[in-house]
Design a protein around this ligand. Structure first.
Ligand SMILES: [Zn+2]
Length: 681
């Protein structure tokens, strides 16, 4: 090892990444070494030197690929939370070769043969259940990766994947450029009703362009408040029209996604057929929990049927309110958000700002930790580790004095940090081939308002109730990853968990944010220190299910459109017709004929949700039903907590999610709890 390698923190064998020392110039040299080693390990693992034996293969291949993944995840993480032009360049420069290695690994015929031999060998029966699951997943993924294809089919499959990656990128580029390409200017008078800080930002944006008045865009922080609050109906219509026709045939031709969508759907259909499936939805569901497209479509239609009466009531009520109070006798698509916001304010009489005063970051965090400690019999203690920003904290989770796992907590928004909230793994639990037990480590990332300094004093961050819910949600993902007892890295924690079941532990945790017993403990007014008053909580609770019927139907409409587009061969020639049919079947709010939402539906055309948008509702059924077990026995019932922990959190991906669910609930999931919680049943 040369001096350069020895000092490269990405090649450091330490158990945690040296986040304080990793610099852009380390990335390429480290990847040179790690990719070279992983390639050498692949060659060795597929040679006769290594027996077709699970442990022998793992000792060669998993050790090398995990070392590569560990370093690459650290780079990806820094790219997301501490972006600089130099780091982004280093990341993009290496992304293609890391992806290329994994694509090749996943379709390697020699490796596939070796795994087949392990699978068919006498020793396979003696493997632990977790290991058998990991082996089954590996076999499945080889098939999905094209390892069984030969000759021209193999070549065509690789072409399709490359072209799909390219067209997906094209799709999102069009959406981004169309979004950025729109601007309209309005006077302050035309923005009557819009919150002052939004108007201020719009005025600053106009000034930056050397223009008078206010500059309005389709970016969420501008578009959303204008649709919700602007009294000027013509202005709302103008913005709605622009938004609903983004990247479509009704906009600039060079940004029209029509042809891209057609090609993506056709390529997916071809990919599915190459791999022996009649349509893409069938292929997409192979590694998922749902059994068939018909089951998913039936599930969505059932939700639609049950939610419809509530949705019709929601709409009738809104129409009556709009006519009576707002002078809008003909409620249009561009009035929906505006009228809804006014109705909600009038009925529940509280503001998010008022609620926010009760949730200081320290109190919420301490309360969250106490919930977790009580329910899952662990203790959480702050510890030291190298971090990428001074505000980032690091914690150990222990049980009976023994380390269970660790997590980094990066809560505040700042420049160079991607928006949104997420959980990501640093490493998974693993009984390593060298005999050491690797404990799991996770990242928990949010984008809350950072503390502000007032009169020279730092004021603690205040969280909205949405922020609190987000924190609990991400912590739920974290617990799934950290509390696992599985020792095979491919199925420990969140690894190997079906896509449509992943949101169970996260959505489950959100429920605590709606419990009086919990809110009392995690709230304290920033000035008076008083806990959240009960009457305010009651109004929040009453508003929780506001328009839940309409919301449910919207989700079902997207899910059904996605499923039908990926189930019906030839759908690429009639995308608009499918969209229109689904709308006629499901929606209660009539959409304008110019609405082209599918042209910016990135979830399914550029993202992992193709034939998978239903996953949100699917997992919500599981989480609501799991939660109802706690409602039955008390939300802090130790026995229920232990069963949930053991059956769901500790089992991770070591068995199908449905088995974990049944081990906890003692029966198949039922949709009733979800409907009840949303006031629809
Ligand atoms: Zn989530």
């Amino acid at each position: 090892m040369g001096a350069c390698q020895a000092s490269n923190p990405l090649l450091d064998p330490a158990p945690l990444p040296a986040f304080d020392r990793i610099a852009p110039e380390h990335v390429t040299p480290a990847l040179d070494v790690l990719l070279h080693d992983a390639q050498a390990a692949l060659e060795r693992a597929t040679s006769d030197a290594v027996a077709a034996d699970y442990d022998a293969m793992s000792a060669v291949l998993d050790v090398a690929t995990e070392r590569l993944a560990f370093a690459w995840r650290a780079v990806g993480h820094l790219n997301a939370v501490a972006d600089t032009p130099e780091l982004r360049a280093a990341f993009t420069d290496n992304l293609a070769r890391v992806t290329e290695f994994h694509t090749r690994l996943g379709a390697d015929e020699r490796l596939y043969r070796k795994f087949k031999a392990i699978h068919a060998g006498a020793a396979a029966a003696g493997l632990s259940p977790a290991r058998r699951q990991a082996l089954a997943n590996a076999m499945r993924d080889f098939v999905l990766g094209g390892a069984e294809l030969q000759g021209a089919a193999r070549e065509r499959h690789a072409q399709i994947l490359a072209r799909l990656a390219d067209q997906s990128q094209q799709f999102s580029q069009h959406v981004l450029d169309a979004t950025d390409g729109f601007a309209c200017f309005a006077s302050e008078a035309e923005l009557a009703g819009v919150p002052a800080d939004v108007v201020e930002a719009a005025r600053a944006a106009a000034q930056a362009d050397g223009r008078e008045g206010c500059k309005l865009t389709l970016q969420m922080p501008c578009f959303q408040p204008v649709m919700q609050y602007a009294d000027d109906r013509a202005l709302r219509e103008r913005l709605y029209r622009a938004y609903a026709t983004l990247a479509s045939d009704l906009g600039p031709a060079e940004l029209d996604n029509s042809a891209v969508m057609r090609e993506i759907l056709a390529l997916r259909q071809e990919e599915a057929q190459l791999l022996g499936h009649a349509n893409y939805a069938l292929l997409s569901l192979v590694p998922k929990m749902a059994g068939s497209p018909a089951q998913v479509i039936g599930f969505l239609r059932d939700l639609a049927r049950r939610a419809r009466p509530q949705a019709e009531r929601d709409l009738a009520e809104l129409r009556a309110f709009a006519q009576r109070e707002l002078g809008l006798p003909d409620l249009q698509a561009w009035d929906m958000a505006y009228a809804s916001e006014r109705l909600q304010q009038q009925r529940y009489a509280f503001s998010a700002q008022e609620v926010r005063q009760y949730f200081t970051e320290g109190k919420v965090l301490a309360g969250l930790f106490r919930v977790v400690e009580t329910l899952f019999e662990v203790s959480i203690r702050e510890a030291r580790a190298a971090v990428w920003h001074p505000s980032v904290r690091f914690f150990r989770i222990e049980r009976g004095g023994e380390l269970v796992g660790c997590f980094y907590l990066d809560l505040h928004a700042r420049a160079g940090k991607r928006s949104g909230a997420w959980m990501d793994e640093v490493r998974g639990r693993w009984a390593r081939p060298d005999g050491a037990l690797q404990s799991p480590v996770a990242h928990l990332v949010c984008n809350f308002a950072p503390p502000v300094v007032v009169d020279g004093q730092q004021r603690e961050s205040l969280l909205t109730h949405d922020d609190v819910t987000t924190l609990f949600h991400e912590f739920g993902h974290g617990l799934h990853h950290l509390l696992t007892r599985v020792e095979d890295i491919g199925v420990a924690g969140i690894a190997g968990v079906e896509w449509d079941a992943c949101e169970l532990p996260s959505q489950f945790m959100e429920n605590f944010c709606w419990e009086w017993e919990v809110l009392q403990r995690i709230s304290a007014h920033a000035q008076s220190g008083e806990a959240l008053p009960r009457p305010l909580f009651d109004r929040m609770l009453a508003a929780r299910n506001f328009q839940s019927g309409l919301h449910m139907l919207r989700q079902v409409e997207y899910g059904l459109a996605d499923m039908r587009l990926h189930t019906e061969p030839g759908s690429e020639a009639s995308i608009q017709a499918v969209i229109d049919e689904v709308r006629r079947e499901v929606a209660v709010v009539p959409a304008p004929t110019f609405n082209r939402y599918q042209h910016a539906f990135s979830h399914i055309f550029d993202g992992g949700y193709a034939a998978g948008f239903y996953s949100y509702k699917w997992a919500e059924v599981l989480s609501a039903d799991a939660w109802s077990a706690f409602e039955e026995r008390g939300i802090f019932d130790p026995e229920t907590g232990r069963r949930y922990r053991e059956a769901i959190l500790e089992a991770g991906g070591s068995r199908p999610a449905i088995e974990s669910f049944k081990a906890f609930r003692g029966r198949e999931p039922r949709v009733d709890a979800l409907l009840q919680h949303q006031g629809i049943a």
